[in-house]
Design a protein around this ligand. Structure first.
Ligand SMILES: [Fe+2]
Length: 197
């Protein structure tokens, strides 16, 4: 089995996103999901399966939080890896945005509206069933997931992602996030996963 470790940040601070905000988010919250994901996997090896019960049981709670932690790790890694750019798309991701989302301005507007409406995540993902880029939103790491969709551009709208810098001004945070998106992350994934564009 592959050893999972905390992936380091490639930047300390970004325009509009302070070092304190990013380090709290990365070093405490994201790293915490990695730790808990591994802890849950360990506990599942020895849990008493005979006590399984849907109202309450140790295995029931571990199985519920297993997907919460596993998606928490994946989504945070995509979020942090997708920052540090200039917010200007090019190449394959730009083609998908223009073909499937009515252009970059319309995509930004939809990401912003989705981010104001969601309670957890907004994920611009390639959906192999629809064969297009779709903006999905999730109210928790494991609520609203589409199993085979590939997250290309990931926006965290949990309050911990912005409150230190923006208090309740979520829209201003989303505007700052849009200016720092590194679309090279999406383009690398499109190439690696063979996504047609
Ligand atoms: Fe987060």
């Amino acid at each position: 089995m592959r050893a999972v470790t905390v992936k380091p940040l490639k930047y300390e601070e970004l325009p509009g996103l302070s070092a304190k905000l990013l380090s709290e988010h990365h070093d405490v919250l994201y790293a915490g999901y990695v730790k808990k994901m591994l802890e849950i996997q360990d506990k599942l090896e020895t849990v008493d399966e005979a006590t399984a019960n849907a109202t309450y049981s140790e295995i029931g709670e571990l199985k519920r939080e297993e997907t919460f932690a596993a998606n928490g790790v994946r989504l945070h890694e995509a979020y942090f890896a997708g920052l540090g750019g200039d917010g200007v798309p090019n190449g394959a991701i730009l083609k998908l945005i223009e073909r499937d989302c009515g252009g970059f301005d319309a995509w930004k507007s939809h990401m912003t509206a989705s981010g104001m409406a969601a309670r957890g995540w907004v994920i611009a993902a390639y959906d192999p069933l629809l064969e297009r880029l779709v903006t999905y939103s999730c109210d928790a790491h494991n609520l609203g997931c589409v199993w085979d969709a590939i997250p290309l551009v990931v926006l965290d709208v949990y309050e911990h992602a912005y409150y230190l810098d923006y208090a309740t001004a979520r829209k201003a945070y989303i505007e700052a996030w849009l200016k720092n998106v590194d679309f090279a992350y999406a383009n690398n994934l499109i190439a690696a996963r063979g996504i047609p564009s």
